[in-house]
Design a protein around this ligand. Structure first.
Ligand SMILES: *[C@@H]1O[C@H](CO)[C@@H](O)[C@H](O)[C@H]1NC(C)=O
Ligand SMILES: *[C@@H]1O[C@H](CO)[C@@H](O)[C@H](O)[C@H]1NC(C)=O
Ligand SMILES: *[C@@H]1O[C@H](CO)[C@@H](O)[C@H](O)[C@H]1NC(C)=O
Ligand SMILES: *[C@@H]1O[C@H](CO)[C@@H](O)[C@H](O)[C@H]1NC(C)=O
Length: 642
């Protein structure tokens, strides 16, 4: 009885939690306009042209919070309200300070899984499984450098069991995870929940349910959780999501141990004695099996003095980086649509910076001392594509004439670059993430209505496009004409893409699909590029194409290629670098379909060597392991988007 009442009263929302992951982004960046009066799912976006590095930046996470309160803990949030650039990116973080014997009392996050890293002190932490799993309490004592996962929607707590202050960083898989502190929700709601209901629910006398002291409440809550608490969140989540989503098979719940959610040694630096002066320590699904299906992970980045993490992308994740030690210079490059704009920032201890999903980015230590950072990623398996390795170090190599045309240089330069990467690739391969092969994460959000024809004239920026009044929708909103007309391939790569995205067919808005016609002159090519938000299916209408894509670092940058003839169809998985080249002496034509209304295009050469302003040649020289002169030469080329 009581269980049912509480179940209804408290967490009737829990059945929706399962589906409450943040929607995927529909554009490179959607910086929250925190002053807009318009209500949307998340936040209205600023005009992307007005985006600044500071929109992706937060300062002062090295400062302790004030724990002089009755629970002896303080959470400093770094959510979308603190970093406007997090809007639509499905990730955030917080610093938690604990006084000696302070605690972060039992609470849930309705929209996020949490990964906690202990920076200082000793914490006793735990979470409670749902009824179906006998309300099992899973606990662990954590020390400095330990990492622990709290699955989405489950009630959890952290308590400092040491006589010194403790500090932790929590990563959360939502731009706005929400917090429901059980005590406040149950005993402090406005208006109050009837004391009859609570007395019965908690199996206590009415007198004590007015506002129990905290230790009492704590014990009480745990007991209640054990006895009576709530629905089927975890089972649903594990069973539903494991079936539907890629990832690993789940363990039987009975065999689950606290150690499945735990990793130690995150305070220990990794070896940075390699060509780039950089190394990574992972807390991904391979290291913490409990992260499976939870859509979030963590890495520790160590930089030698002047070391760098070369240009790379994560096909499946947004990243939030927090500097623990040292001074880092970092940046990311917007896609072709946004003219390959480079956004950079120098970060000091305690500073936080966001790298949106799929965009090329880098970090470099500009100090004379080692630097350390912790990055949170919005996927259990974010994947890494290191650009130099993927383009010049694939196995087997991409043909040098394809790259010579793409990078507009002599084949000798390409051969020289390709010769570099045996070593560097190997080091990076060992250094970078060892993951399984799931890459699919960034689907467009599902539509919430029959049609949402984009109002292309609306001045309001949202995730995707504002809808027209459905009454005003016309057949022409779903129509595009002239895809039989060849594009003009008289340019230096000999190819032309004619897009049919949401900007061309307004009716595509929220529908998660689009297409393009690609024309190739004889021996023309569509140079190496990625789509940050879409998988592509290519159908050859005329001619003969040589096509390929490169797997990410953890799969040895393996190159997968195929010669396609008229009527052949080929798939390029989301976020991977790929190309198409006409190997016939007649023009070729293909139609590409994309799993996004706005897939985005990042042409590697343009993004890396043609960004505005240019990426520092020091950084690129180290990344590509060549002389600065080669980089300067490449940067001097005139980069045209195909
Ligand atoms: C911390 O909070 C307490 C209580 O609100 C206040 O009295 C104290 O001045 C604060 N300390 C600092 C350093 O802000
Ligand atoms: C829960 O307890 C019941 C009865 O003790 C047992 O049969 C069942 O296997 C348990 N389930 C789990 C997931 O521990
Ligand atoms: C194709 O583009 C080239 C270079 O921009 C231009 O000179 C030429 O006139 C164009 N051809 C057509 C048919 O538009
Ligand atoms: C990558 O290369 C290493 C060393 O050559 C090899 O052991 C491993 O099996 C390769 N992995 C894949 C996915 O090809």
């Amino acid at each position: 009885m009581a269980a049912h009442i509480l179940l209804l009263a408290l967490l009737s929302l829990s059945s929706t939690l399962i589906h409450a992951y943040d929607p995927s982004p529909l554009q490179d960046i959607c910086v929250a306009d925190l002053k807009s009066p318009v209500f949307v799912n998340g936040r209205v976006c600023k005009d992307p042209k007005l985006a600044k590095a500071d929109d992706f930046f937060f300062q002062g996470l090295d400062e302790p919070g004030n724990t002089s309160n009755n629970v002896g803990s303080k959470v400093t949030p770094v959510f979308v309200d603190q970093i406007a650039g997090l809007n639509t990116l499905g990730i955030s973080l917080a610093r938690i300070d604990f006084a000696p014997y302070g605690e972060n009392p039992p609470h849930t996050h309705p929209r996020a899984t949490e990964i906690l890293t202990v920076l200082e002190g000793t914490l006793y932490v735990g979470f409670v499984l749902s009824n179906q799993n006998n309300n099992t309490l899973i606990t662990k004592v954590l020390n400095k450098g330990d990492v622990f996962v709290f699955p989405i929607g489950l009630i959890h707590f952290q308590a400092n069991i040491g006589h010194t202050p403790a500090v932790a960083i929590a990563a959360l898989s939502s731009q706005n995870p929400g917090v429901i502190t059980i005590a406040n929700s149950v005993f402090g709601s406005k208006p109050p929940i009837s004391d009859n209901i609570l007395a019965k629910a908690f199996q206590v006398d009415k007198k004590s349910s007015s506002f129990p002291s905290l230790p009492h409440l704590f014990t009480l809550t745990i007991q209640v959780l054990y006895k009576t608490f709530v629905s089927q969140i975890l089972t649903h989540m594990v069973h539903l999501i494991c079936v539907v989503v890629n990832g690993f098979v789940c363990k039987a719940i009975k065999e689950v141990k606290a150690n499945d959610f735990f990793l130690s040694g995150f305070d220990k630096p990794s070896n940075t004695k390699n060509k780039v002066g950089f190394n990574v320590k992972n807390a991904l699904v391979n290291q913490i099996p409990g992260i499976n299906t939870l859509g979030v992970s963590l890495v520790r980045l160590d930089f030698a003095p002047y070391g760098e993490n070369p240009s790379h992308t994560h096909p499946c994740a947004t990243e939030i980086l927090t500097v623990l030690e040292g001074t880092l210079y970092m940046g990311f490059v917007l896609s072709n649509q946004n003219t390959n704009t480079l956004i950079t920032k120098v970060l000091n201890k305690g500073d936080v910076f966001v790298f949106p999903i799929g965009l090329i980015h880098f970090q470099a230590n500009i100090g004379r001392t080692p630097a350390v950072a912790i990055s949170t990623l919005s996927s259990q398996n974010p994947g890494v594509i290191t650009i130099p390795n993927s383009v010049f170090g694939s196995h087997p190599p991409i043909f040098d004439d394809i790259l010579a045309k793409a990078f507009q240089v002599d084949k000798k330069v390409i051969d020289h670059l390709q010769a570099q990467f045996w070593m560097a690739a190997h080091i990076l391969l060992l250094a970078l993430l060892s993951l399984s092969s799931t890459l699919i994460h960034a689907y467009d959000p599902s539509p919430l209505q029959d049609i949402c024809v984009a109002d292309l004239k609306s001045p309001v920026f949202v995730n995707g496009r504002v809808c027209k009044d459905p009454k005003l929708a016309k057949a022409d909103d779903f129509f595009f004409e002239g895809l039989d007309k060849p594009g003009n391939t008289s340019n230096n790569v000999g190819s032309k893409v004619t897009p049919v995205f949401v900007d061309q067919i307004a009716g595509l808005n929220t529908l998660g699909i689009s297409l393009a016609r690609i024309d190739f002159a004889p021996y023309g090519e569509n140079p190496p590029h990625t789509h940050p938000r879409a998988t592509e299916i290519l159908t050859v209408l005329e001619g003969m194409l040589y096509v390929g894509f490169v797997l990410s670092n953890q799969n040895n940058n393996t190159l997968i290629t195929k010669v396609l003839n008229k009527g052949d169809v080929f798939v390029f998985p989301i976020g991977l670098i790929h190309f198409q080249a006409n190997i016939g002496h007649t023009p070729a034509v293909a139609i590409a379909a994309f799993s996004s209304q706005n897939p985005g295009v990042i042409t590697i050469a343009n993004s890396v060597f043609g960004s505005k302003p240019p990426i520092s040649d020091n950084i690129l020289a180290k990344a590509f392991q060549v002389d600065k002169k080669v980089i300067d030469y490449l940067q001097a080329q005139f980069w045209v988007d195909p």
